[in-house]
Every structure is written in C-alpha cells, then in structure tokens.
Design a protein around this ligand. Sequence first.
Ligand code: GLC
Length: 486
Amino acid sequence: MVHLGPKKPQARKGSMADVPKELMQQIENFEKIFTVPTETLQAVTKHFISELEKGLSKKGGNIPMIPGWVMDFPTGKESGDFLAIDLGGTNLRVVLVKLGGDRTFDTTQSKYRLPDAMRTTQNPDELWEFIADSLKAFIDEQFPQGISEPIPLGFTFSFPASQNKINEGILQRWTKGFDIPNIENHDVVPMLQKQITKRNIPIEVVALINDTTGTLVASYYTDPETKMGVIFGTGVNGAYYDVCSDIEKLQGKLSDDIPPSAPMAINCEYGSFDNEHVVLPRTKYDITIDEESPRPGQQTFEKMSSGYYLGEILRLALMDMQKQGFIFKNQDLSKFDKPFVMDTSYPARIEEDPFENLEDTDDLFQNEFGINTTVQERKLIRRLSELIGARAARLSVCGIAAICQKRGYKTGHIAADGSVYNRYPGFKEKAANALKDIYGWTQTSLDDYPIKIVPAEDGSGAGAAVIAALAQKRIAEGKSVGIIGA
Ligand code: GLC
C-alpha cells in the first residue's frame, strides 16, 4: 500500500505560515471536528463496556459477541498439516500450514487478488467458484502427485457469522462494502464445501474462523501473554477469551461436558459499536459514508476507523471544500468525483510525503486525478490526512481498553494485524499512545506500557490451523464443539 520509491531528500514538516486565512479557518474547523480528546476516548470506552455486556446477554445488543467454539487455549503442542483460506480483505489467501508442535509453524501461501467486482457480484456462485478454483490451483501446485489423505481446512471468513458449532457460519450481514445476494442468513460452509467437492479435492472444511479469533489463537500459540487478537485493516474488530459461565446467552445451550469455567473465544464484531449513535463524535462526512453504503445504519465504529473508509472520508472532505469554493478552483474533477476512488493508500502516501512543498502529493493528484494543486491546498490535504489517520488510531483502541477493563486485565499483549496497523504511517505509535491516554499511564516508552499492542502471528494461516487442530482433538475425545444438538 505505501510505496515511497527511491530515497528522497528529507524535509521539515511544512509550516502553515503561508496558508491564507480563509483556508486556515477551514483547517482549524477540521481540527475541531476530527480531534478526539482523552475525555471522549474515556467516555467511548465506558459506553463500549456496557455494549459488550449487552451483546453477551440473552436479549442481545448492537455488538454481536459471537461465541467461536474455540474452548481451549492452545498448548503450543498442536501439530500436523492443515490448509487455510482467508476471505475478507483485499485478497483471497490460501495457506498450507505445518504446525511444529513446539510453538513453531511453517507456512506456504499464495494470494489471489479478489476482483473488485466480486464484492458486489449478483451471482453468489461466482464467489464460491472463485475460492474453490484458487484452492485447486494451489493444491495442484503444492501437491503435483495428488493428495492421498484428506486435508482438514480452516476457513477464515472475516464477517459477522453466527456459529452454533465450529464448522458453521451463518452470515448475519455483509460488511466492508461486500454485497452479494442470497448469502446473508445462510450457512457459508456448505456453499464452499459443495464447490470443493465438485472439483474432487479431498478437503474437508472443519472450522469456520473469524480473522480476529485466528489472530488471538495464533498469537497465543506462540505467546501465552496474549489477551486479544485485533484487526486494524479493511475492517476493525477484536476477539478475546471469555468464560462460559459469564456468557448469559449460552445458558442452557451447553452440553454437560463443558464446565462453567471453560474458556470460549468470542468474536466481538465491535465494528458495529454505537450503531445507536450515542457517543461517537460523527462528522457530516461519516454520515454521508453511512448513508451511501450498502448497509446504512450498520458498522458505525468501523466506518469511522477502518481502512476501507479512511480514503473516502478524506475525499468527501475535499469535495466539500471544493464545492464551497475553497480549493481546486477551475479544475476538472471528473476523475475525483467518484466514491471510493481514493483508497486508504492515498492518505497514507500523503502523510509520508517528505517534501516541504509536498511534491509527492502534487504528483499524486496530477497523475491519478488530473488535478493541479497549490502548495497551500496540499497543506490542507496533508493536515486533513493526519487528522483522519489520528482519529482512526485513537478511536480504534477503545475496543481494546473496553475488553481489558471488562476482563480486569491490567497487563498483557494485544496481538494486532491488518493493513492499517502494518502500513499506515504512525498508526502504531498513535494507537499505543491513545491507550496510554485512556489509562493515564505515566511511562514514557511504548515498550513499557502495561498493555502492549504487538504485531500478531499469522492469524488466518497458523491461527486457522491451530483452531482446526483443537476442534479435531475435541471431536476425537467426544467433546462438544457447538450448542446442544447442533
Ligand atoms: C469486519 C468484519 C469482521 C472482521 C473485521 C476485520 O468488521 O465484520 O468479521 O473481523 O472486519 O477484518
């Protein structure tokens, strides 16, 4: 996503001294609406905790809090060969995982670019055919002699999918701009299995996994200090282990072999936090994003903080400035005036522009959109990108603070993954410091913060494999992997 090319001269961060007053006023207004003060973060976290609790209650709430039927902590001794598929971000990933049984693993993987049109295809079969064809291509390459023993597969499906058992995922609703008919309210596992079987590949889908749960388990496999798996990527979400007796909505649904103290991995789906619009400081751009999305009213938290939306928030704010006559005067906007034409790599590249005059940003607008910008306009664009990126980083850690406070964790590691976490400039530091602000820690180095956000292990590869291994072990021992009767 972020590519700077050859090393260029280093410049100081631009001064705003030469920005005319009317533009400066706009910048100040943006600073006001996009800055999230510590008190707001604390209020958001407080409300978050009560919403998480509601999600676990029988009545339910906005946050789905989906039990993932991973009821064991990995020991690190899980071993064997597994396949994993990951659908939910920009690419489809297919991975062969060899779990070493000694807290180590090896992976071999291929990525298949998900055609943009696939997100909204009208024919659901196309999606499953694409996945099964990619899987077949991968198998043919990795196992030219064919497969003798059936291989278990963990399917990372990174959407809110209800699970009555480990190998089931009933899609509640699409997120992240996906909108394919006839899949919502259906179990996706048989849809994928049917296409696999049709291609005569001896593979069985043994577990359906959310990317956050995979991240949690993969990181726990190598580091037992792990308290959560979180994704800051195309979407934003987190998973953690709760205790069965604290999950009210499972009361009466668990078979006798599961003790009340058993752990249960929960995929929070907290991208849907505050769909009732109680605490989040939404701007008019957030409202437009929501109204024009395929699922208005859903994923309020995610729409303000995840990678699928950051570039579009920037574009909407710039279009607004243009319409009011502040910027891009007498420019042809036909290439720019299109929803989602700026993905999140744009604000990322703008924030990384090393030149005083923001020359990279100049090139970007000229080459990609045919827009000539003045240096003052580019300063506004840069400041806006910083504000939007910082707001995302600050808001998105409220989910972490809420889970840690709910579970009483004072220390631990939060395993993080996703394109925004890994590639958005300054995101890691801003996220860590926002957590520090919420807690009021006095340590000065990120490395000393009691709750540390650390780079995760490969959740949708190793994590999916460990979860598949844990499920197979439970089944072999006659233990349940779902609600009674599922
Ligand atoms: C969206 C999905 C969720 C996923 C997250 C990160 O929020 O609904 O399942 O974990 O994106 O990929």
